[in-house]
Design a protein around this ligand. Structure first.
Ligand code: GDP
Ligand code: GDP
Length: 438
């Protein structure tokens, strides 16, 4: 089962980003330069005690006028309700209870999602507690006083957050249908694809196996096999503010990717691949999912015998962090290569869950090391003792070495390529953990 999602909602300036940054800390991605991971802090991985979750900051850009604060907050709250397992609602003790807070609290209460009410800027727990009690009036439970900047009260708050996680979160799911997320910029054709595949026969599935998250997933039967296209709800949610549209499409993508085995990254052939595509693709890469890049609207562009090659080169360049991803040119409109899409989904899903034998693995690595000497530093040479696969989804390898500082990224990449030459692993990221042997 997927990792729980916790969304932060609150008025501007209550301290959402401060809290987010405090909790997010620094994280390690599979590849350090994945776009959208370090630059853009819309989402982050958080660990508390033995629980891991994905935190999302729904706060968009600063509204220009006061009247749109409420409408923007409603949108944020709706996104949180759609995507999150637990919502952290942040208010500001210094400003006190505001009308917009009450309205949003009503909305959250009606959603029946677990809400943790966080009262921020309580920089002095002795003097300011009286002001915290006012927030009981919101009717969404006990206020949790914190100081995001002073790092006070965060432990109790996190205890409360994780206590709401669905039973069994993070464990294997019983449903064995391949789960596919279709992500991409607005207007690339995501909903068109789902509609076409499902022949308008969309089923609303709520409370899937043990989650409390209501979701609209779409079952598609193809070649006598069932596939579940996840999180197709809200794909049509549109906002007027461009930055918000981008933010929401990223939030949706994070939520969908979290639930998926295979991610179809949809790119618009008429626009070509863009930086925003790279950001969205980075989400799927970073989580080690099976990946297919589908270039849609192939019917709508003029083509000659070089067009496909040109598009492929551009994609490889802009999405250079995922050279393993499959690229497919499709047209949802005409149905071109949609059968191939399902073939690829099966292949990629298998590869994402593939286990290789330790014996063969070490033969390959030994051979690779003989062909290209490992790096040295100050006269000391990297020694590779042993490699073993410790996990799947994504396939994860531990490399035991004499000194981990000697292991350069480029040498890991070299070993990865040799492993791929042998086993394929087409369409999936591989993860490498470097350990020193004691
Ligand atoms: P956002 O708009 O909700 O994301 O709010 P920000 O995180 O940008 O914070 C708004 C302002 O509140 C900034 O000036 C922060 O430094 C300040 N702030 C955030 N947390 C605290 C806190 O715990 N105590 C105090 N006194 N100020 C804080
Ligand atoms: P979404 O925002 O990603 O869900 O995109 P939509 O599914 O709403 O599609 C946006 C627009 O692209 C609509 O006008 C579709 O008719 C159009 N569209 C989708 N797929 C194709 C395609 O394969 N070819 C062409 N020419 N247009 C398409």
């Amino acid at each position: 089962m997927s990792k729980p999602i916790v969304a932060i909602v609150g008025r501007p300036n209550v301290g959402k980003s401060t809290l987010f940054n405090t909790l997010a800390g620094e994280r390690i991605s599979i590849v350090k330069d994945t776009p959208g991971v370090t630059r853009d802090r819309i989402y982050a991985e958080v660990s508390w005690l033995d629980k891991n979750f994905t935190m999302i900051d729904t706060g968009g850009i600063e509204p220009e006028s006061k009247d749109i604060i409420l409408s923007q907050m409603r949108e944020q709250a709706q996104i949180a309700i759609d995507t999150a397992d637990v919502i952290m609602f942040i208010v500001d003790v210094r400003q006190g209870l505001q009308d917009a807070d009450s309205k949003v609290a009503d909305m959250l209460r009606r959603s029946k999602k677990p809400v943790v009410l966080v009262v921020n800027k309580v920089d002095d727990f002795n003097k300011m507690m009286a002001d915290v009690y006012e927030f009981y009036n919101l009717g969404i439970g006990d206020p949790h006083p914190v100081s995001a900047s002073g790092k006070l009260g965060l432990g109790d708050m996190l205890d409360e957050v994780i206590s709401h996680f669905p039973e069994g979160a993070g464990e294997e799911e019983e449903d064995d249908r391949p789960k596919i997320a279709v992500i991409g910029k607005p207007n690339v054709g995501k909903s068109s694809l789902i509609n076409k595949l499902s022949n308008e026969d969309r089923s609303i599935v709520s409370n899937i196996a043990g989650t409390t998250r209501d979701s609209i997933d779409t079952n598609v039967r193809y070649n006598k096999k069932d596939y579940l296209f996840v999180d197709t709800a809200g794909i049509r949610r549109k906002s007027k503010v461009k930055e918000d549209i981008e933010r929401y499409s990223i939030i949706r993508a994070v939520a969908a990717v979290e639930k998926a085995d295979v991610v179809v990254i949809m790119i618009d052939a008429t626009e070509g691949v863009t930086e925003q595509d790279a950001k969205i693709a980075g989400i799927a890469h970073d989580r080690g999912k099976g990946i297919i890049i589908a270039v849609n609207k192939w019917d709508a562009i003029e083509k000659d015998n070089k067009t496909m090659k040109k598009h492929t080169e551009e994609i490889r360049d802009v999405l250079s962090f995922m050279p393993y991803a499959e690229i497919l040119f499709i047209s949802v409109k005409s149905g071109q290569r949609l059968n191939k899409l399902f073939e690829l989904i099966d292949v990629v899903m298998e590869n994402n869950a593939m286990r290789v034998q330790t014996g063969v693995l070490n033969e390959i690595v030994t051979e690779a090391v003989a062909m290209q000497q490992p790096p040295t530093d100050k006269g000391k040479r990297l020694k590779i003792f042993y490699v073993t696969q410790v996990a799947v989804k994504p396939p994860t390898f531990v490399i035991f070495v004499n000194d981990r500082n000697l292991m350069h990224f480029s040498y890991t990449r070299y070993l990865e390529n040799r492993i791929r030459d042998t086993f394929g692993f087409q369409g999936t990221a591989l993860k490498f953990i470097i350990r020193e042997r004691k």
